[in-house]
Design a protein around this ligand. Structure first.
Ligand SMILES: C[S@@+](CC[C@H](N)C(=O)[O-])C[C@H]1O[C@@H](n2cnc3c(N)ncnc32)[C@H](O)[C@@H]1O
Length: 322
């Protein structure tokens, strides 16, 4: 039987917290467990994500894709059908969904759109419903929300034994949080109708996130619990499934200048979003904080424009055929 680890206490005087260090008699390896560091709750994540959207061109980048590419991509959907079935997975508060629905309406005038949404966060579902209530131009669109994770939805579908097919499914910036990426993609791909399309939007391999996750992962605390996945991780899965796909790369930036201003509340929230940690700047050991801030300034992560630090948030839009 493994001997129980011995618990020692160590203090970090400059940060005014104590960390527990577990050492095992065998290997003397040390595992830092800092009680004051914790992951973001779902509500805190919503706030951190809002701050990210306010200071990044994430949605503008998607708007550009919607304007330049999406009309052609969706033109061949549901040929001859009077209803197009759409499924949004991890739709958040719905802004991107509604923009895409409006494009579908413009490309397929008069067609009814049956839109279903899989979104586990109740705050996001409520905000999405409110957005729909405020939209006067969504006649001929029906909405069904499933307040579930993608896995819960998959299990429900399998239990019911009724496998509804969709003409258009999108998974926008959400695969980082699913339980099993390959099986999630496989399942939702199997939900496509003939000639249907699956749109996956994910961080590009050329983004600062990719470099941070590859080269500086040791700067990220264990509280960041998502998958560190970028476009090539997804295309590898698609190749193993043998499905046809095309990738569109679009530039996007995130102004993280405030992350480097001591005591700045906006900068604090940005660091929370980057690390998935509540009050990262106030709870992480100073050495970890300094290493992450230095990593963020590296040219593979950020560039400087007019004195502002712009973190690369380049996106990949992957269009998968049925
Ligand atoms: C970064 S947000 C993206 C929201 C929206 N698609 C957008 O681009 O604005 C990720 C969304 O995925 C949802 N999410 C997290 N885990 C999920 C899961 N396992 N299944 C489905 N959605 C999930 C979150 O609640 C959140 O709304």
């Amino acid at each position: 039987m493994e001997p129980a680890p011995e618990l020692k206490r160590n203090s970090f005087p400059s940060m005014n917290f104590e960390a527990e260090i577990l050492t095992t008699p065998h290997d003397n390896s040390e595992l830092y467990m800092i009680p004051s560091m914790r992951s973001l709750t779902a509500e805190e994540y919503v706030e951190a994500f809002k701050s990210f959207l306010e200071h990044s061109t994430e949605h503008q980048c998607m708007d550009e894709f919607n304007k330049d590419q999406l009309p052609t991509i969706v033109a061949g959907l549901g040929t001859g059908k009077s209803t197009l079935s759409v499924l949004g997975v991890g739709s958040g508060t719905g802004e991107q969904d509604l923009k895409m629905i409006r494009i579908l309406q413009a490309v397929h005038p008069g067609v009814f759109i049956d839109n279903e949404i899989v979104e586990p966060n109740p705050q996001h579902v409520a905000a999405y419903k409110e957005l729909v209530n405020q939209a006067p131009d969504l006649q001929n669109v029906s909405f069904i929300w499933h307040q579930l994770t993608s896995l819960e939805y998959e299990q429900q579908v399998k239990e019911r034994g009724t496998h509804k097919k969709f003409d258009f499914i999108h998974m926008i910036q959400m695969l980082y949080r699913v339980e099993d990426i390959p099986s999630t993609i496989k399942f939702f791909h199997s939900c496509l109708d003939h000639h249907g399309k699956l749109l996956i939007i994910i961080l590009s391999d050329s983004s600062g996130w990719a470099s941070l996750w590859k080269k500086h992962r040791d700067c990220l605390p264990a509280t960041d619990s998502g998958h560190y996945i970028t476009c090539s991780g997804i295309t590898e899965v698609l190749r193993s499934l043998g499905v046809q796909h095309r990738v569109y790369e679009l530039p996007s930036g995130w102004d993280i200048t405030e992350c480097f201003s001591e005591g700045d509340a906006v900068g604090g929230r940005m660091m929370d979003f980057l690390t998935g940690t509540k009050n990262f700047l106030g709870t992480a050991p100073p050495a970890l904080r300094r290493r992450l801030q230095a990593a963020l300034r590296q040219p593979e992560c950020s560039s400087t424009r007019d004195g502002r630090v712009i973190f690369s948030n380049n996106l990949s839009m992957i269009v998968v055929e049925s």
